[in-house]
Design a protein around this ligand. Structure first.
Ligand code: UGB
Length: 582
């Protein structure tokens, strides 16, 4: 098969039969794996590569014939009546959902050595992203079951797509933390395989420079999640259990679950087969733009145009300024945050046709303008948000826009690159990712009626950010705006230098006036009212330089740490009514 596809170079250096037999077997083991993990096998891979490489050499625009325009979608305003009723609709549906986290990427832009889901979401409570995601799914499960009140025993399935780069560390993180409270049977890991690298325009497979019996491989992209789900049989299993929705999300967005209930509510009430979450996008921001594409033949689709392609597409279609902000100060194209909600039934029907194969692209770096040689080997890639590209025009494809402060704060850029981001554009760093949690929680409490002090501005690792009071809570406390509002009363206040951690479901802010650090831990059966003035020296923020190797990497990348000078920590372990008074 390899010879038929013009790959004789793979064998040219082989010695006579009998020599290097173990290495030759190992080579074919790898070939077998590469063949079975790609829809259509290696023959398809090589043929697709030849076509895409020829198109790339010819400078063919993948959007040839398409004109972009600004699509219209659902725009939600946090906390208004529509938002609250959509959240309620979403919570009701959550028991029929399954969650899929794509976490196969190494996060090269962040330069962090471990897996990104093990990073702290914020360092006040110190929980990692994976813990927060699992606790959020469990909170949704509990709230959804309570809402239908039929003694529901449903367990929301949680799939994590890993890769060779992340699989072992993800398993270790789950096992050493008892799956963060989730039943291990609820969690399934699907490992994506890398794909073969391509050495030239003829799609010759590249050999590993350090091992001539090994084909060099690189990641194929998050689009693999569809074929893996299809071949795992999980989709059919979920359908037989009566599930209706599959929610996809990425590794480091600590705000995402603020947006899940209402977005799921939009999917359910609008009957969307595909619903993408979006936020207002700054021109040149490294997130795709959701765009309506109209072909000369009349076809239209609403789809993500990736950040590196939006500018050339706009310039080629009569927008000389390319990817630019409009009078609102934002790009007119909403920013894709790669949180997709797919309706399970139509998703399965589509995958039966495609087997989960997603439209691919290739991005070779050529040595010169003749485009005859590559600087280094390349490979085909695919993106999960390209799923709607193969859908028929009858498919209901929509999107939901929410405020960035509420829904999107990824951790992707290392401190040096973040500091170079154009002024006014988001940093997408560990610093901004953590500060965004405090801002969102402060604004949510404000909207619920509490008096939360204004932020101060400070600079960490060269990034100027707003520092709000360090307020954080477990997902079971504040899953929806309604649940927060029920627990917060007007006369509570938190000063700017304060930190407040709430772990417990029935903790009420009733006249709390906090100036310092307060940590409240309460069992479910305890009903705790925070009614008094709490004052102490609290936790101060210390600057940390990212080059300071005496600090842990997860601290260095955020540029600050807390000095825990004084705090009040209260633990309510007994059922009944309690109140924290002076
Ligand atoms: N990922 C995998 O699981 N496997 C892979 O092979 C590669 C990645 P990046 P990217 O919302 O912020 C995406 O690298 O691809 C996982 C959208 O394409 O962080 O540059 C990886 O672990 C873009 O349109 O992002 O950009 C991570 O969880 C925009 O929406 C996820 O895939 C942008 O994200 C994303 O990988 C965004």
């Amino acid at each position: 098969m390899l010879l038929n596809e013009g790959q004789i170079h793979l064998f040219e250096h082989w010695p006579e039969p009998g020599a290097d037999d173990d290495k030759k077997r190992r080579f074919f083991d790898q070939v077998r794996r590469l063949n079975s993990s790609y829809p259509g096998g290696l023959v398809s891979y090589i043929q697709n590569a030849k076509k895409l490489l020829a198109d790339s050499k010819a400078g063919k625009n993948p959007y040839d014939g398409f004109t972009p325009s600004v699509p219209s979608g659902e725009v939600l305003n946090f906390g208004d009546d529509n938002f609250v009723s959509l959240e309620a609709a979403g919570i009701k549906e959550a028991r029929n959902a399954a969650f899929v986290l794509v976490a196969g990427g190494l996060g090269e832009r962040l330069g962090y050595k471990g897996i990104k889901v093990a990073l702290p979401r914020e360092t006040t409570a110190g929980k990692c992203f994976l813990q927060h995601y699992i606790e959020s799914i469990l909170a949704l499960q509990e709230a959804s079951c309570k809402m239908v009140d039929d003694g529901c025993q449903t367990k929301i399935p949680f799939v994590i797509m890993t890769s060779d780069d992340t699989n072992a560390l993800t398993i270790k993180l789950l096992e050493t933390n008892s799956y963060f409270g989730m039943e291990p049977s609820q969690v399934k890991l699907l490992k994506q395989e890398k794909v073969a690298c391509l050495a030239d325009n003829d799609a010759w497979l590249a050999l590993d420079p350090s091992d001539k019996y090994k084909i060099q491989t690189k990641p194929h992209g998050h689009g693999d999640v569809h074929s893996l789900l299809y071949s795992s049989g999980l989709l059919e299993q979920w359908k037989s259990e009566g599930r209706k929705w599959v929610l996809f999300f990425q590794d480091t967005n600590g705000l995402l679950f603020n947006a899940i209930p209402s977005a799921l509510g939009v999917s359910a009430t609008k009957g969307y087969n595909v619903n993408s979450l979006a936020v207002p996008r700054k021109a040149k921001e490294a997130i795709g733009g959701i765009t309506k594409l109209t072909h000369v033949d009349g076809r239209t689709m609403v789809i993500n145009v990736e950040y590196n392609q939006l500018d050339p597409l706009l310039r080629a279609t009569g927008h000389p300024d390319g990817d630019a902000n409009c009078e609102t100060g934002y790009s007119p194209y909403p920013g894709n945050i790669n949180q997709l909600i797919l309706e399970l039934g139509p998703y399965i029907e589509e995958l039966k046709k495609t087997h989960g194969a997603i439209s691919e692209f290739v991005n070779p770096k050529y040595t010169d303008s003749t485009k005859t040689a590559f600087k280094s080997s390349t490979r085909l890639e695919c993106m999960m948000q390209d799923y709607p590209k193969t859908l028929p025009p009858s498919a209901k494809v929509g999107f939901t826009v929410m405020a960035t402060w509420l829904a999107y704060a990824p951790v992707k850029n290392n401190p040096e690159d973040a500091a170079k981001v154009p002024k006014g554009n988001p940093y997408h760093s560990a610093t901004s990712g953590e500060m965004a949690i405090y801002k969102a929680n402060s604004l949510i409490l404000r909207k619920a009626g509490a008096q939360i002090a204004d932020p101060v501005v400070d600079t960490f690792n060269g990034q100027e950010v707003e520092v709000w009071p360090r307020i954080t809570w477990s997902p079971r406390w504040g899953l929806t705006f309604k649940s927060v509002k029920e627990k917060v009363h007007d006369n509570s206040s938190v000063s700017q230098r304060s930190a407040l951690v709430i772990n417990g479901q029935n903790v009420f802010l009733e006249g709390l006036s906090l100036d310092g650090t307060l940590i409240v831990n309460a069992v479910d059966e305890a009903e705790v009212k925070l009614t008094s003035h709490v004052q102490n020296k609290g936790w101060t923020i210390q600057h940390v330089d990212y080059k300071d190797t005496s600090e842990k990497e997860e601290i260095r990348i955020r540029g600050f740490k807390f000095e825990k000078v004084e705090q009040l920590e209260v633990n309510y372990t007994e059922p009944g009514k309690h109140s924290l008074s002076a």
